[in-house]
Design a binder for this molecule. Sequence first.
Ligand code: BGC
Length: 417
Amino acid sequence: MKPHPIRRTLAATAVLMLAGTASAGEIEVLHWWTSGGEAKAAQALKATLQAKGHVWKDFAVAGGGGDAAMTVLKSRVVSGNAPAAAQIKGPSLQEWAAEGVLANIDDVAKADKWDDALPKVVSDVMKHKGHYIAVPVNVHRVNWLWLNPAAFQKAGAKPPTTWDEFFVAAEALKKAGIVPIAHGGQNWQDLTTFETVALGVGGGEFYRKALVQLDPAALKSPTMEKVLATYKRIKDYTDKGAPGRDWNLATAMVIKGEAAMQIMGDWAKGEFIAAGKVPGKDFACMAAPGTAKAFTFNVDSFAMFKLKNEANTKAQKDLAAAILSPEFQETFSLNKGSIPVRLNVKMDRFDDCAKLSSRDFVDTAKAGTLLPSLAHGMAAAPATEGALKDAVSQFWNSDKMSPKEAMEKIAAAARTK
Ligand code: BGC
């Protein structure tokens, strides 16, 4: 007997629906990309996943630098309700993996030859005991100075390449009624400025000894004293509104010309671009004073959590594969202000800031001055980094603490395990 036409259609629909449920998974992604440029970049990730037929569940926790996001993540994982993927970076990936909650994504990595496609300094961090547990997204450079050329022109000031020049320019800008440096007084921003000054004043070797190896002798050296004194001098050129200000609002001051400079990683470029500003015309980038021959890197990455549901696991693997596709690498970094982490992605569509970053990433790796950013989770375990953030912030905010006292506090914080 021939099946009834309606029954036949129903059966076909059922097959289709089954196919649909088998491949469409839901993927919950925790991140802290909520500013203008960041949100555009996150949107690119969402669109990529949706194009594969999956459902994106956004788990955004606002707060630059990600401390708030990490607190929320911990409570979710402890209660047995981990998201599929979370923005976790650097050494803290090892801590999460040691808890046994991360998934092995070697199959995706093998199929796409991640070992060949990534710089080794990056792929090593994405593995736990030799197995991939995370996927890198991009490379941010932290040691940047962002400038508003019109503000410099108005003040008759020259973009600074040394710290001495920086203070000359800052004085001229102040006289012209322009806030010389846009700062957001939050501990991670205080540490971002501090590590950049440490690199500029002390050089690459000093940075490595003091802020990566946390060598007590370097942390309590005359160089460190000079770094701290220079750092504190910058505060005289920030405005009264700085305490507590979000980093993107500081960038907005430079965009509007209320302030002339910001020391910040190149996610700040994402803000200029999202505001329709043109690099080299409306804003400029240069390596922060004294740091042109070095590169403090900050690699964003997503750790993948163990999941039970098969369709969701498939969606998770699709996400991991999509993140490293050359097309996504380009689109994402164009919005985010970073450069692709995958090797050999074409840079034609990128601006001069990104091209410089890309060249310097390679050159500094050869010269031994490619250094992990302490303030952005690349250099120390989270507890140590947290203690250092607090110690440096205390010094920044205190009217009484001398650089000598600060050195003792910072050296003590460096011993936090
Ligand atoms: C992250 C960036 C982010 C920035 C500001 C950094 O630690 O790596 O992706 O844009 O914080 O939130």
